[in-house]
Design a protein around this ligand. Structure first.
Ligand SMILES: Cc1cc2nc3c(=O)[nH]c(=O)nc-3n(C[C@H](O)[C@H](O)[C@H](O)COP(=O)(O)OP(=O)(O)OC[C@H]3O[C@@H](n4cnc5c(N)ncnc54)[C@H](O)[C@@H]3O)c2cc1C
Length: 488
């Protein structure tokens, strides 16, 4: 029998002593940053270095979004995505992407040194491996890309490690505590910061933008959406250009941490790293799937628990990231050429490097300065075959998810503690908790109207289309919805 201590991310356990107030009035600024994760806080620091006037608002707590639920690896060996990028864009852009990721590791490392940030940063060897013969050619291709870029690597086979049929390893990568890293930056930010302040809409005015929050408003000349998944569909059409991938993770103590971070190339995804703190931990990820392709959340958690190399799990959680059709992030103007309305998303599960990189690109766009990586990530970049193929897959699954989420009989796998009913013309979900208290919520997602499904493991209502999540009482947790789903 496996013992589970906490259903929360290891990185989010420590609570910051100094928190920021929520915004309750109207306020004006040059630059508004919406979202305090890896991108938002990195951008605030970049603007601080340039002595710019900015405000940052965060819907919940800084760092506790996707960033605080990641595995916290800083690596350019990102599974075998360089091979996918080369397929979509060719050699030149692949090499540029690789260089951008190496630079991003340097940005984070330099910040840690310059600002004396204590965030359990540790140099590691990164490994991508496979246990499937058919995947070996992909890893060989990865080696070719590394060789072309003069990056030393090692080949691993079963003689060196019986767990790995074939693998590639590189040095000059690292791991860190992502929340401590962001919190270490906060004392150096002089711009105003508001937590528990959610942007719910924005509108263009003659010379600036007006952003409404739940209890206040902000007038800004430039807005940067660093909220992971923009809460609007037009402009940008993000729901049609991306999909969400969800993964299941846990963490537990080990006798001795190793200086390696590991990921495989195939489904089921296996990814792990170690973390040295007062105790040594392993962070272990198992199973990643396109959201909506697998709604049996309980089963995914049970698989993780079954396969985790321990009987004592200290922390267990899930996380989800925005995936793009052509494997490159989207960083830049939402509307072509408009440098006053910027965003960054679609990090394809590699935002610890792409986040700080995005911050530099966005800062340079605001300052109207050249950046060597700017064109690589432009959201309106050209169409490739890979993009068309994945666009069709994304559109198919979006439609399918929407229909599935609306079908009432889909709920048949729920415990008898969960019911879907109609109440005054609305579809509602009723959850009876362990104290027999009833929690009733509206099960239509306020974002784009998908049907919410109950996550029996986490006791949350989750949108299978675009990833909004809500507590059993109906309070927003994450995702593009700007509203709660509680019934007043
Ligand atoms: C399982 C998993 C493991 C990963 N591991 C790694 C890894 O090891 N290395 C790596 O490089 N990448 C990793 N990633 C990817 C990485 O975690 C993300 O790409 C990155 O954290 C995204 O950062 P962000 O700032 O865009 O988002 P977030 O960290 O989510 O920050 C966005 C913030 O905006 C806030 N927000 C949302 N809506 C609003 C609103 N309307 N108003 C105000 N605020 C709002 C949110 O509360 C949140 O705090 C992983 C991803 C997953 C899913």
């Amino acid at each position: 029998m496996v013992k589970i201590m906490k259903k929360e991310a290891l990185w989010c356990e420590t609570k910051r002593k100094k928190t920021f107030p929520s915004l309750k009035t109207g306020i004006k600024t040059d630059i508004l940053i919406i979202g305090g994760g890896m991108v938002g806080i990195s951008l605030a620091l970049e603007l601080e270095k340039e002595k710019k006037n900015y405000i940052l608002i965060e819907a919940d707590q800084i760092g506790h979004g996707v960033t605080g639920h990641s595995t916290g690896k800083l690596t350019f060996l990102q599974e075998a995505n360089l091979v996918d990028i080369e397929k979509a864009f060719g050699q030149e852009k692949t090499d540029l992407y690789l260089k951008s990721q190496q630079d991003a590791i340097d940005i984070v490392t330099k910040n840690i040194i310059d600002y004396h940030i204590d965030c359990n940063f540790e140099s590691t060897t990164s490994i991508t491996f496979t246990n499937d013969y058919q995947e070996i050619p992909k890893l060989r291709k990865l080696e070719t890309i590394l060789e072309r870029n003069n990056i030393p690597y090692h080949m691993i086979n079963q003689e060196k490690d019986p767990e790995m049929l074939y693998g590639v390893s590189v040095k000059n990568t690292a791991v860190f505590h992502p929340v401590k890293y962001l919190e270490g930056i906060l004392p150096f930010l002089k711009g105003k910061i508001f937590e528990h302040t959610k942007a719910i809409q924005y509108q263009k005015r003659e010379f600036d933008y007006l952003v409404n929050t739940e209890e206040g408003y902000i007038i800004a000349k430039t807005i940067v959406f660093t909220c992971h998944y923009p809460f609007f569909t037009i402009p940008g059409l993000i729901p049609f250009k991306t999909h969400i991938e969800r993964s299941y993770l846990c963490s537990f103590t080990v006798d001795k941490a190793k200086s390696i971070s590991v990921i495989n190339t195939k489904i089921p995804t296996i990814s792990y790293r170690y973390h040295r703190d007062r105790k040594d931990y392993m962070i272990y990820l198992r199973n990643s799937h396109r959201l909506g392709q697998d709604l049996d959340y309980e089963h995914n958690y049970q698989e993780l628990i079954k396969k985790a190399p321990t009987k004592n799990i200290d922390y267990i959680w899930q996380n989800q990231d925005v995936m793009t059709e052509d494997h490159l992030p989207l960083i830049g103007p939402i509307e072509k050429g408009n440098h006053h309305l910027l965003f960054a998303t679609g990090f394809n599960t590699w935002g610890m490097t792409n986040g700080p990189l995005a911050a530099q690109i966005l800062k340079d766009m605001i300052l109207e300065k050249e950046n060597p990586y700017q064109t690589l990530f432009l959201p309106n970049r050209g169409i490739s075959l890979e993009k068309i193929k994945n666009f069709m897959i994304d559109t198919f699954y979006s439609g399918k998810n929407y229909i599935i989420s609306k079908r009432k009989n889909y709920y048949s796998f729920y415990l008898d503690k969960v019911k879907i009913e109609h109440l005054e013309g609305k579809k509602v979900g009723i959850y009876l908790d362990e104290n027999e208290k009833m929690h009733i919520v509206c099960t239509t997602c306020p974002h784009l109207g998908c049907g919410l499904t109950f996550n029996t493991f986490m006791k949350t209502w989750d949108c299978p289309c675009h990833g909004s999540r809500f507590t059993m009482e109906g309070k927003w947790i994450e995702g593009p919805s700007t509203k709660n789903i509680n019934i007043d």
